[in-house]
Design a protein around this ligand. Structure first.
Ligand SMILES: *Cc1c(COP(=O)(O)O)cnc(C)c1O
Length: 574
């Protein structure tokens, strides 16, 4: 059994326990575990208040409110309560269970959402896991202790005996302290731990002062244990870095794309990483119309997404028709949610993702006059923006405002560009947007996009990707054949940052001279690119392939080591 630990998990579009890529990836991974019959169980946290319920005021200010949702409606209480020390208090945590059923309905994976919100706890403790990614203070530390240590103890209480613990992003790394307590042998601990690092930004790694960690954990495990697993004696004011804790104690470590492996090896000097490029669950992310099309022409694509290579066998008119129907659904959503009126005939671009500095969500609007000039020369452009900024991220909030202001400026100058901002981006809206647009835009600062997955979802639905050559796209892009790159193509080991001006010029240049002409004057060639997006990307960039690679490249070695250990101890007859 694999124990999959993750801070956020998106299992259902009605359950807002996620903020972005990490949570979506976790949900897709669990679905592939279920489909491929990989024995696994998931531990995550129950975010009672969701991430944020987003509204935009008339001047483009994001207004946040709590995303209330009814836990008991979607999840089953386990009624198991465990006690754990946290600082001076003994707290109680419980878990709600959500069952992920395989696509065929013949297998299940269980996910446990932990919460300290039980009557046994005081008011302050009950609220620890209200909100995802709180900044500063000790709440984040408490959340991560509940995830790592509470999760470990919860699995024991539920009678799971996992072979391997998969730490997905370092938030759950405190579980290493629990393993050490139980096994008392660092090499044995390591053979049981797999770590996936998900960010190439060291400033984003979670760090806590040693005195705070010792203060919180002191009654669970001795300071000496922490020094021992950290392989370093830290002073009271020194910081314990969870990513380093995880990497030092994992037998196998994975980055989430080939580029990210090289970036991470520079950060974790002296360590060698493997990489398993992220994926998406192809059945979840195909639009209803594409699902029907694939079911008709590519029998077996659900069990084996590799077969999507054969998209050429779908007649052009039917392939185009699935896109048009998806686009009409999108236009309807845009027109009902905003005061612009989109039409299905016009070329439509989406920039939909979390809104934060490095994603540069507003880059395409950085030179509005240039964009206006392009639309007047080459044809109408419709642009959809969607995404939430973390309520404490001032750069992200400012970015939303700048999108709002640039949109107003453009609207005052031309009728040839229409821009809509859709509030409350979520899984459901993502599905409609990414299948219905004509171009999926993604322009984060290179090399900060560890993998990215949204472009894979678009490609699966025949929507070409127009993206910075970073993360997964550096592996997948065939320029002008399955989509387009933005900015220079870096070497694997090149860690230089993108240049905003260079990248925006490239966006404008390719829109003007390649993409719009193709779309408006030579649609049959555009359609070829749409088909190539499916056939060259969907077969590889999916979670079925990703999970298979995890099993062979990362889990199996741990399992074999565990077997050898049992064999040596004479307790195993596998
Ligand atoms: C896929 C997805 C993401 C991740 O998008 P990236 O562009 O890869 O960061 C975030 N949010 C939602 C709702 C998604 O569906």
């Amino acid at each position: 059994m694999i124990a999959y630990f993750v801070m956020e998990c998106a299992v259902d579009s009605r359950i807002p326990t996620y903020s972005g890529g990490l949570g979506i990836l976790a949900g897709d991974t669990l679905q592939s575990f279920a489909d491929l019959e990989v024995p696994a169980v998931c531990i995550t946290l129950l975010w009672k208040n969701g991430f944020t319920d987003q509204k935009l005021s008339n001047d483009g200010t994001q207004l946040d409110s709590i995303q209330k949702w009814d836990v008991e409606r979607y999840m089953q209480p386990t009624n198991i309560k465990i006690k754990m020390p946290l600082g001076d208090k003994d707290i109680t945590i419980t878990a709600y269970k959500y069952t992920i059923e395989s696509t065929k309905g013949d297998n299940e994976i269980e996910a446990y959402f932990l919460t300290p919100d039980v009557p046994e706890n005081d008011h302050e403790t009950r609220k620890i896991c209200d909100r995802l990614y709180v900044e500063g203070g000790l709440t984040r530390l408490k959340q991560e202790i509940i995830l790592g240590i509470g999760g470990y103890e919860m699995l024991k209480a539920l009678n799971y005996r996992p072979f391997l613990y998969h730490i997905n992003e370092s938030h759950s790394a405190f579980l290493i302290a629990s393993l050490m307590k139980d096994m008392n042998d660092l090499n044995r601990v390591k053979s049981r731990v797999v770590f996936t690092t998900h960010t190439p930004i060291p400033a984003a790694f979670d760090r806590f002062e040693m005195k705070d960690v010792a203060g919180m954990l002191g009654r669970y495990c001795d300071k000496q244990v922490l020094y021992y697993i950290y392989q370093e004696k830290l002073g009271d004011n020194d910081e314990l870095n969870l990513s380093w804790l995880a990497i030092k104690n994992a037998k196998n470590v994975a980055a989430v794309s080939r580029k990210h492996k090289f970036v991470s090896e520079q950060i974790f000097e002296g360590y060698r990483l493997k990489y398993v490029t992220n994926g998406i669950h192809h059945i979840k992310w195909a639009s209803p119309h594409h699902k029907m099309l694939y079911a008709k022409y590519i029998k077996g694509w659900e069990e084996d997404p590799n077969l999507l290579r054969d998209v050429a066998c779908i007649p052009d008119n039917e392939f185009a028709q699935a896109h048009i129907i998806s686009k009409e659904a999108l236009v309807e959503m845009v027109n009902s949610e905003s005061d612009v009126s989109f039409i299905p005939e016009d070329f439509t671009i989406a920039m939909a993702k979390r809104i934060t500095h490095y994603k540069r969500n507003n880059l395409i609007l950085s030179n509005p006059n240039k964009l206006i000039e392009i639309a007047e020369k080459k044809g109408n452009i419709q642009i959809i923006f969607a995404g939430k900024a973390h309520p404490a991220d001032s750069d992200g909030l400012a970015m939303i405002k700048s999108i709002h202001n640039a949109s107003q400026y453009i609207a005052s100058k031309t009728k040839k560009i229409k821009i809509a901002f859709l509030e409350n981006y979520n899984i459901h809206k993502a599905g409609i947007i990414l299948a219905g647009v004509d171009l999926w835009l993604n322009n984060p600062v290179r090399p900060l996009e560890a993998s990215g997955t949204s472009g894979m979802k678009a490609s699966l639905n025949g929507v070409p990707n127009f993206s910075v050559l970073d993360g997964w796209w550096l592996e997948a892009c065939m320029e002008g054949i399955n989509g387009w790159g933005i900015g220079p193509k870096p070497a694997w080991t090149d860690l230089s940052y993108s240049d905003d001006v260079q990248d925006s010029n490239d966006i404008y240049g390719k829109l003007e001279f390649n993409i719009l002409d193709l779309y408006y004057k030579n649609f049959s060639d555009y359609l070829k690119i749409m088909k190539m997006a499916v056939s060259t990307i969907a077969p590889h960039f999916n979670t079925h392939r990703m999970v298979s690679e995890y099993v062979t490249d990362l889990y199996l070695t741990g399992i074999i080591m565990c077997y050898l250990e049992h064999e040596k101890a004479g307790v195993c007859d596998m």
